[in-house]
Design a protein around this ligand. Structure first.
Ligand code: DP6
Length: 345
């Protein structure tokens, strides 16, 4: 016998950053976070899975290349999914025993993995959702998000479209550390994002090890998780519910800056922003100052590439300014302007 299923999961970009783990193997965070999931049409992973009683081993093909399934994170996800399936099979013996069969997994990104655009989040989200479908698991997306979280923390947020919160939880076993929907994409239809690919090399400190350095060494990080993020988490959710771009945009920029400040306060320091990234930051502030209100907001993850959020009605102002300044920004001559992509969310 032979069964198949497939799923897609888009990239999500955090507006309130996850940075720091209280448990490394379960990917339990030191703070709650918020993100916006991009549309399925833009940056996403498509994963197809097949299972058969004739397969001899689990195999994963990632963007056409066979990969061995040795990663502890992938193994943890598969083990959890098989456990839930085995429980179903235990209560209904007429079900085929898929929990015991091997899996063949084919996963493809429609964007270059090297671009540093949160490919692990979309990848683990698509993997977990595809297998949950194959196994016909009855659990809701928040339940399934706890499994994706073990693959990569930020992956749990890619199980929902639109505006998503990852509630950090406080249980040691992580059973309350899950993603929940803040608002569907239809709630704020004018929201847009532009991705500015400043560099697509992958030489930055990986987020997993960067976080460990920060947690172990940064005093500013203590301040961030205790005194800054808890209030910001509530304020940002409210700004989304209210569709208040001024508040949402300001909090988004402040949180990106706070995250990069704790990176700099780590020892040894971690640098993700380049001079080009900093020029983009200045440009966005100049635009907002000239407008007398916040119409554009930048955010940067563990790399130099910018994501700029804005509302549709301001698109020509925001993108026009960026295009106009291309030649003025050192480093822009190295930027492939065709990579200035606007994406739907
Ligand atoms: C800066 O989710 O990639 O993008 O849990 O170790 O896989 P692991 O880390 P990961 O970290 C993402 C960090 C971030 C902020 C965010 O997405 O919230």
């Amino acid at each position: 016998s032979f069964y198949t299923a497939s799923a897609t999961a888009p990239v999500n970009i955090a507006t309130l950053k996850y940075w720091g783990k209280r448990d490394k193997s379960l990917n339990l965070p030191t703070n709650s976070s918020i993100s916006v999931t991009l549309s399925q049409d833009d940056l996403r992973t498509l994963t197809s899975v097949a299972t058969s009683d004739e397969y001899k081993e689990d195999i994963l093909w990632l963007n056409g290349k066979p990969e061995s399934l040795t990663s502890e994170r992938t193994k943890a996800c598969l083990a959890d999914l098989r456990k839930l399936r085995a429980e179903m099979e235990g209560t209904d013996p007429s079900l085929p025993q898929l929990s015991k069969w091997k899996l063949h997994i084919v996963s493809e990104n429609n964007f270059p993995t090297a671009a540093g655009l949160a490919s692990s989040a979309a990848g683990f989200a698509a993997l977990v959702v595809a297998i949950a479908k194959l196994f016909k698991l009855p659990q809701d997306m928040s339940e399934i998000s706890k499994i994706a979280r073990k693959g990569s923390g930020s992956a749990c947020r890619s199980l929902f479209g639109g505006y998503v919160a990852w509630e950090m939880g406080d249980l040691e076993n992580g059973e309350d550390s899950k993603a929940v929907e803040v608002a569907p994409v239809s709630h704020w239809p004018t929201m847009k994002a532009a991705i500015l690919v400043v560099s697509d090399d992958k030489k930055d400190t990986p987020s997993t090890s960067g976080m460990q350095t920060t947690v172990a060494t940064s005093d500013l990080f203590e301040h961030r998780i205790k005194n800054v993020v808890p209030a910001r988490f509530e304020e940002m959710k409210k700004s989304i519910h209210d569709k208040n771009f001024e508040v949402f945009g300001k909090l988004t920029m402040q949180d990106s800056n706070s995250f990069h400040a704790v990176c700099l306060d780590s020892y040894p320091p971690i640098f993700y922003l380049t001079d080009t990234s900093k020029k983009i930051i200045k440009l966005v502030h100049q635009l907002n100052d000239a407008e007398g209100k916040i119409i554009a907001a930048y955010t940067f993850d563990a790399g130099p590439n910018a994501v700029i959020y804005y509302e549709q009605q301001n698109e020509s102002k925001v993108l026009g300014l960026i295009h106009k300044h291309f030649s003025l920004i050192p480093g822009w001559d190295k930027v492939d302007t065709s990579k200035l992509e606007t994406v739907d969310i």
